[in-house]
Design a protein around this ligand. Sequence first.
Ligand SMILES: O=C(O)/C=C(\C=C(/O)C(=O)O)C(=O)O
Length: 294
Amino acid sequence: SEQKMDEDWLVFHPSPKKPDFKLPDGAVDAHCHVFGPSPAFPYAPERKYTPCNAGKDQLFALRDHLGFSRNVIVQATCHGKDNSAMVDACRSAGELARGVASVGADISAAELEDMHAAGVRGVRFNFVKRLVDATPKVVFLNIADKIQQFGWSIVVYFEAADLEELEPFLKQLPGIIVVDHMGRPDVTKAVTHPDFQRFIRLMEENENIWTKVTCPERLTVAGPPYDDVVPFYQTIVDQFEDRVLWGTDWPHPNMKSHMPDDGALVDYIPSIARTEAQQQKLLVTNPLRLYWGS
Ligand SMILES: O=C(O)/C=C(\C=C(/O)C(=O)O)C(=O)O
């Protein structure tokens, strides 16, 4: 039966603007999701929120509207370990989409092979307490070992307060690790604050750790135009331009303060990556290398 979205859920922007910023040819929206539509693709019983339906056709229409060529579709916690909506979207898009799945320790090589054939190229380990219950780290280490044969990478989602405790675990993970939203820094503390400097040092000391310079709407305290968040992105892009990715985060789960216009988010890119060379790496070279092996 139909699963009703949460009362306080903000639905994605119904008519995003055409961006003023012209995306480079082949640009990749490297962090986005598909939700349902339920009941065809039901939400997980263990979920901590129930989203609006936001299916593959709407995602691909947004891709075309904004001027992107490809998507990396990341499994969201509302679908738990049922990756069917994401895999279906990857299959429909063929070479134009890759996926990042959420799997359990019991995942089989055959299941991984099926997902790889559909375009999945990574797994996601989520540590955000409001989204998931804790998973023993040994489970993640087992999954990390299982995916090496496929050359997959690992997306990790955590909050800045958890980085110190997570750091030894992150350093144990093999392959490329991609941190969602810069590990969610507290932007009321300066870029020079020890907390963000811990994240910078993590990237300095570990060449295999990348990050997404995404979701100013989540990190901001000041609100649009997100002046309090942009210096954090600029610091990361200026220092690690070969290890950054960008994405819309459409359909923007769990936004309560406001719902960004996806076209307006694209227009922030030139303030995040201030040179054409940085924009080319952020939007094309880096995601193609990581998810299309080219
Ligand atoms: O979409 C995001 O990256 C952020 C959020 C949600 C998820 O990632 C998810 O449910 O998997 C959030 O911060 O609520």
